[in-house]
Write a protein that binds this ligand. Structure first.
Ligand code: TZP
Ligand code: MG
Length: 212
């Protein structure tokens, strides 16, 4: 079983195809399209949406469910115009200014923002953490954000709870599943960790904690 299928078996709720090869030549583009189409078919069997990282044209061609855009990628309003109102559009945002620039009208709005690294990660070596106090910085961004925020960077089933407690709507991960000895088990552990953290946040919301 592929790692991707194992992750789906384990219960991941969204799949992103992230391929950082320069997509200039037609062979690479064709290869990326084949991979995206195969992933779309696989994810569809689990009723899980597939997002394409960076490449809006590829998302269109592969009939993916949406895109995840960096600050340097196509502006969300342009992606929305190409992909339509049903598409899921996510954007990476790190700073208060990034969050303030997220529009709230449906034609320009993103559906969620991704923020991190929350913890140190080998996947984006050298990228500084959000802040010295990541949880506080994350919560400050959640407070000004008009869209849900997903935490990313070095997240494992064992350290996911503080990310949810800091106000994340969800967590995103790469290595904790792709390098796990049993990726399905790791995905399942993530689902359980997030559910448990959400339940405990619900039972003990931050306003109560501050008052107690
Ligand atoms: N953006 C911030 S950290 C990161 C990205 C894409 C990589 C996260 O990967 P991992 O392996 O889950 O730390
Ligand atoms: Mg990007």
């Amino acid at each position: 079983m592929s790692v991707t299928q194992a992750a789906l078996e384990g219960g991941v709720t969204l799949l992103q195809y992230r391929d950082k090869r320069p997509a200039q030549d037609s062979n690479t583009r064709q290869d990326m399209l084949s991979i995206a189409q195969a992933l779309k078919a696989l994810a569809g069997r689990y009723y899980v949406p597939l997002l394409i990282n960076d490449h809006v044209e590829l998302a269109l061609e592969a009939k993916a469910d949406g895109v995840h855009l960096g600050q340097g990628d196509m502006p969300p309003a342009q992606a929305r115009a190409l992909l339509g109102e049903q598409a899921i559009i996510g954007q990476t945002a790190y700073t208060q200014d990034h969050f303030k620039s997220i529009k709230t009208d449906p034609a320009q709005c993103v559906d969620y923002a991704g923020t991190g690294p929350f913890y140190e990660t080998k996947t984006k070596k050298g990228k500084p953490l959000l802040d010295a106090d990541n949880a506080a910085a994350f919560r400050a961004l959640v407070e000004i954000s008009s869209v849900p925020i997903v935490g990313i960077g070095g997240i494992t089933p064992n350290n996911a709870a503080p990310v949810i407690e800091a106000g994340a709507a969800g967590v995103a991960m790469m290595r904790a599943i792709s390098e796990a000895p049993d990726p399905a088990k790791a995905a399942c552990a993530f689902v359980n960790a997030v559910r448990t953290a959400r339940a405990s946040c619900h039972a003990n919301p931050p306003s109560n904690r501050a008052a107690s």
